[in-house]
Design a protein around this ligand. Structure first.
Ligand SMILES: [Zn+2]
Length: 313
């Protein structure tokens, strides 16, 4: 090797060693730090294809617009939710509606093949939930609270609770690698008061995406324009024209959901003076079972509050 070749070699070695040391220091100094370049990964569970949309359709739209990854999962196929259709045909229709809803806001939507109205918190379904959370590499998991009028909703809450610790346990569901750290688990808002009322820990303004949320819900034709109005004796009120019925949906209590008393206070905490102008919001409660985020982590994981630099991926 000539002298100049030796010099080139040692210069290259220095760059190599330098890079190695730099990367090692970087990895050791911030092994768990959340970086702004990494998309936030969110998975939301509902009992039926349309449940996630109502509870978190606005939040999902905001994440999707921000470059983050969202998946909605319906634990049942919805094959009981109609007054005149049923079985596989209805399940296929609802799966197609869910996929269209997901497409409209840029998220994934999966409908599992458990029967509607018959969901139970079995080990089999718990393992389905564990796999979903692990495969999505979720940072945030959203589910209903386990007290609800509908048994499918209630057991969806129980199933996700039962999965919340197990997602990091390697010996369980060994076919799917465990998560390296526990996600943050959230509940959708609800109005049930026993044994305790919903607590609005994180309230997000969805004013900027309200129309997109309604457009997403509009994809569930069998539900918002057929089945649910039928159960309420309001089928006659649904306009026939697609544009008119979408407007009707936006003005209904399913679209235009009232802000609850405690939500304003939560909005003021993170939106300051802007809070008084907020018309539409979605609220979430942090469960006791997953990772407990600090205020700083909340602001990193929900990069929608004013006063924070909003990164783009
Ligand atoms: Zn439901």
């Amino acid at each position: 090797m000539s002298n100049s070749a030796k010099q080139r070699f040692s210069a290259k070695s220095c760059v190599w060693i330098g890079s190695f040391v730099y990367l090692t220091v970087l990895m050791l100094s911030a092994p768990m730090a959340f970086t702004a370049d990494k998309p936030i990964r969110v998975i939301a569970f509902g009992a039926h294809p349309d449940d996630c949309d109502q509870g978190a359709g606005g939040l999902a739209t905001k994440y999707a617009e921000h470059g983050d990854k969202v998946k909605f999962v319906s634990l049942t196929n919805g094959d009981a939710g109609h007054q005149s259709e049923h079985g596989e045909e209805l399940a296929n229709r609802r799966r197609a509606e869910a996929q269209e809803a997901g497409r409209r806001i840029g998220i994934e939507y999966e409908v599992l093949d458990n029967h509607d109205g018959k969901l139970l918190p079995t080990l089999d379904v718990r393992e389905q939930v564990i796999r979903e959370i692990r495969q999505w590499k979720a940072d945030i998991v959203i589910a209903p609270r386990p007290n609800d009028y509908h048994p499918d909703h209630r057991y969806t809450g129980v199933l996700v609770q039962d999965a919340s610790y197990m997602v990091i346990v390697p010996n369980l569901v060994p076919d799917t690698p465990p998560l390296p750290r526990n996600p943050i688990f959230l509940y959708y808002s609800d109005r049930f008061t026993r044994p305790q009322p919903f607590r609005p820990d994180i309230v997000i303004s969805i004013d900027a995406v309200f129309d997109k949320k309604i457009n997403m819900m509009d994809a569930h034709v069998s539900q918002f324009y057929e089945w649910l109005p039928w159960t309420e004796g309001k089928l006659e009120q649904v306009p026939k024209d697609p544009a008119a019925r979408k407007k009707w949906l936006a003005a209904s209590t399913r679209g235009e959901r009232e802000l609850q008393p405690g939500w304003r206070q939560a909005l003021r905490k993170r939106y300051g003076a802007q809070a008084q102008h907020i018309q539409h919001a979605e609220a979430f409660e942090i469960t006791e079972y997953g990772r407990q985020p600090s205020e700083q982590e909340i602001r990193e994981m929900f990069p929608f509050f004013p006063g924070m630099a909003i990164s783009s991926h």
